[in-house]
Design a protein around this ligand. Sequence first.
Ligand code: UDX
Length: 445
Amino acid sequence: MKVSVIGTGYVGLVTGACLADMGNEVMCLDVDEAKIRSLERGIIPIHEPGLDEIVKRNVEAGRLVFTLDAKKAAEFGEVQMIAVGTPPDEDGSADLQYVLAAARNIGRHMPDYRVIVDKSTVPVGTGDRVEAAVREELAKRGADIDFAVVSNPEFLKEGAAVDDCMKPDRIVLGLSDARAEAIMRELYQPFQRNHERTLVMSRRAAELTKYAANAMLATRISFMNDLSRLAEVVGVDIEDVRRGIGSDPRIGYSFLYAGTGYGGSCFPKDVQALMRTADEHGAPLRLLAAVEAVNDDQKTTLVRKAVKRFGALQGRRFAIWGLAFKPNTDDMREAPARSVIEALWAEGASVCAYDPIAADECRRIYGERADLTLAASPLEAVRGADALMIVTEWKEFRSPPFDEIRARLKHPVILDGRNLYEPEAVRRHGLEYHSVGRPAALVEG
Ligand code: UDX
């Protein structure tokens, strides 16, 4: 099948590459010339495991091509996937200007029947607006061409996006058009594996499903973070509670990890956008306001713990392990590490941070500053620091050389925002250990 993908950001590039890998002919369109030129040479602008390989392989096979020409893209694929960004407006609602511009381009140039697919995360009712925009462009050129607008949200996780795309849990199709349904089912047939994973529903239901999924996951995290404060004061280990409730199949184990709050390009933005949509329709989602407030607080919990431990932080230096909002990505959008760093600066402290891959991104965000050093290794970061703060749970932090850390720190204190270690094990190495939702492990003397 021939597919055009509009927008070579995270979702567009991964989806386009995976569709090409399944044997489809894919053309990816973007307005960013430098990006398109480097993609043509197989250079990937984002860090995502496995993506380079699959892009290279399909570019070489000629199944994956890139273009700057909107007309060419509209002419190319019978399926037109819109995967452009929906950045938050000043009020937190999703800005649809890029989605609607993509729709207009398709309407302006499509030669015959098109299935126009919304991949971007868009508020309920956007499909209707896309349809109206295409119809308007067709009317302008007096063209009578049939088309369908389908909502087909993605559920990709950064760091596992290729796998999620190749082996989806479910494929949500919001549509009401038999011809479009047949085409979409054919396109996704190779991704079904052992059983049917396609869920067909109304377009609005598909749009809401995407937000509901992210809001539900964010709610679970905030619930555990809120509970972790109580656990700390009543002397309970939140990890026991997590296992205790996760074993109930109705609850399940995933997304119950207390920590330094959720970040990334999806949860914070989608929770806000869903709240805005609900407000606009006069049906406010009261739970989500609390989910967001808990998360904002949680992002600086380590700094509050440090103030409790050290008093004023003025002039102190903290080592930070982990800058990315989660492991296996260099993405620092809404990353808890940013809140931690900025809160430390506000207290007059400085930071020496280490991250396996996000250091460049951190440099890009903050530039050169006297109160920020980027270390080349985890041990270099702790040298001479007052304490170590762990913000992202990279695998390489899981069994650290505790004795060497203690030797390098000014005070033998670890503040762990991801509960990576057994408190008793850390204490045995002579290190004081503060984590989230667990009693602190203190060192005598
Ligand atoms: C998320 C959704 O999982 C995905 O389905 C959707 O398509 C896009 O948004 P992503 O943002 O890549 O994906 O990251 P995810 O792995 O879901 O983690 C989000 C944040 O929640 C991270 O900051 C992570 O550290 C945090 N988190 C996750 C917790 O704090 N506790 C948990 O138990 C799980």
